[in-house]
Design a protein around this ligand. Structure first.
Ligand code: PGA
Length: 251
């Protein structure tokens, strides 16, 4: 089965409504219909009801940056995957390193979020990746596979083929220091083999695995050309129409 290529822009905690609209409409203008490519914008939660209009009728998908592990209830300040679905989100990030590090989210909690999203028919983009220290002490593979395993532990078997993964080495996020195409592809292959081991051949082979960490117009093509890199999760460069459009064109 051909894997879907996904190019997703994680806007993080940036952009006010007018700026978001300008960016989304600018992207929309240059969007050419490429079969097998999914372009996703991921604004902060309060922009999502507005963004539903911005992506209308252009095939662009809407994603959220985070969600609750519950569908409703007494969880002040949280956002329900049910609400995200009602506003048209088809993707949601879980386990971004900023959530793991700044907000102390555990592997188990991230796995629960993935399961709740799948129950609402939203595709979780499960982010994994190592710190510089872990890479330098050769602990990166154990770290990444542990993060992947923990998610499969929380997700029901029917959900095993419904997840997307993003390898984002922490040392490459927002630093301008991208993993080399070889470094990234190697980890993607290891992740895929692990998914095959846990969830079977078909789930592993059909899982889209994105790369994130200083992806930009200048390196998008070489990353996308790798055998096991099925898309990009873009932070900084997704905030400028010109840069994000060039990344999309690189596919
Ligand atoms: P960056 O962020 O492209 O700015 O490095 C990527 C991310 O955090 O998802």
């Amino acid at each position: 089965m051909a894997r879907k290529t996904i190019i997703a822009g994680n806007w993080k905690m940036n952009l006010l409504p007018l700026q978001g609209e300008e960016l989304a409409l600018g992207l929309k203008e240059g969007l050419v219909n490429k079969p097998n490519l999914e372009v996703v914008i991921i604004p902060q939660t309060a922009l999502i009801p507005l963004a539903q209009d911005w992506v209308m009728d252009c095939g662009m998908q809407l994603g959220a940056q985070n969600c609750s592990n519950n569908l409703s209830g007494a969880y002040t300040g949280e956002n329900s995957p049910e609400l995200l679905r009602a506003f048209g989100c088809t993707y949601c990030l879980v386990g971004h390193s900023e959530r793991r590090e700044i907000f102390n989210e555990s592997n188990e909690f991230i796995g629960q979020k993935a399961q709740t999203l799948i129950s609402m028919n939203i595709t979780p983009i499960v982010c994994v990746g190592e710190s510089l220290e872990e890479r330098e002490s050769n602990k990166h593979i154990d770290k990444i596979l542990g993060q992947i395993q923990a998610v499969f532990d929380q997700v029901d078997q029917e959900g095993w083929s419904k997840m997307v993964f993003a390898y984002e080495p922490i040392w490459a996020i927002g630093t301008g220091k991208t993993a080399s195409k070889e470094q990234a592809n190697e980890i993607h292959q290891i992740i895929r083999q692990h998914i095959i081991k846990i969830a079977g051949e078909s789930a592993g082979k059909s899982a889209s695995i994105l790369y994130g960490g200083s992806a930009k117009p200048g390196n998008a093509k070489e990353l996308l050309n790798q055998s096991d890199i099925d898309g990009l999760l873009v932070g900084g460069a997704s905030l400028k129409v010109e840069d994000f459009s060039k990344i999309i064109e690189a596919f």
